[in-house]
Each structure stands twice: as structure tokens, then as C-alpha cells.
Design a binder for this molecule. Sequence first.
Ligand SMILES: [Fe+2]
Length: 124
Amino acid sequence: MPEFPNPFSGKVPDRKLTDSELARAIRLNIAAELEAIHLYEAHADATDNALAAAVLRDVADEERVHVGEFQKLLKILLPDEQAKLDEGEEEVEELAAGEHEEEEGPAEEEETKEVPTIGDIRED
Ligand SMILES: [Fe+2]
């Protein structure tokens, strides 16, 4: 969300970012792009104005390109980023192909543990 009321939101820090901090900042930038895509598409869906909807969808598509740019930058900054993305894709491919193992259901019925009540400790 925009932080326009915060006069320090765009303040440049007194030092340069480490690569680790930069990678986190890029992830934040990706999140901002994704939020913009969501917003523009929602606004396009919410109007009957054809020109406005076309402009909003066009800009949303441009934001998708920006996501790709930031994602590529992350892959350069983080050597294991591509491997993690590939791992996620493979997991979905396995699920899509029905190769996943059946999730184990709940453990076999546990013995019903009786919870003592006041009546249990009462001496007759
Ligand atoms: Fe953008």
C-alpha cells in the first residue's frame, strides 16, 4: 500500500544495502508489482468503461513484465533462487501428474483417553 503520508518512506538510508537486504527489498518490489496487478485487474473488472478497462489491463500486463524483471534480478542475486523455484514447479507437476503419495490421514484412532472428572475422585 502506498505510504504517501509518511514523509520518510522514500528516504535513502545512510549506507548502501547489503546484497541480502537488497534481495529482500526486491521481494518487496515484486509484492508491490503483484498488488498493482491485482488492483488494476480488479478495477478493470469493475467498470463498464471499455477504454478505462483496456488501459487498466494494459498497465496490469506491464506490471507482469516488471515482476519478471525483478524475478530475474533475484535469480542473479541469490544463487539458489532458481533451484527453489524449480523445486516448487516440480512439486506441482508431480501433483498434476497424480504422482504424489497419498497424504497420510490422521493417525490411527487414538485410544480414547478418559478425562478425570470431579466425580472420579469423589469417594463414595
Ligand atoms: Fe511496475
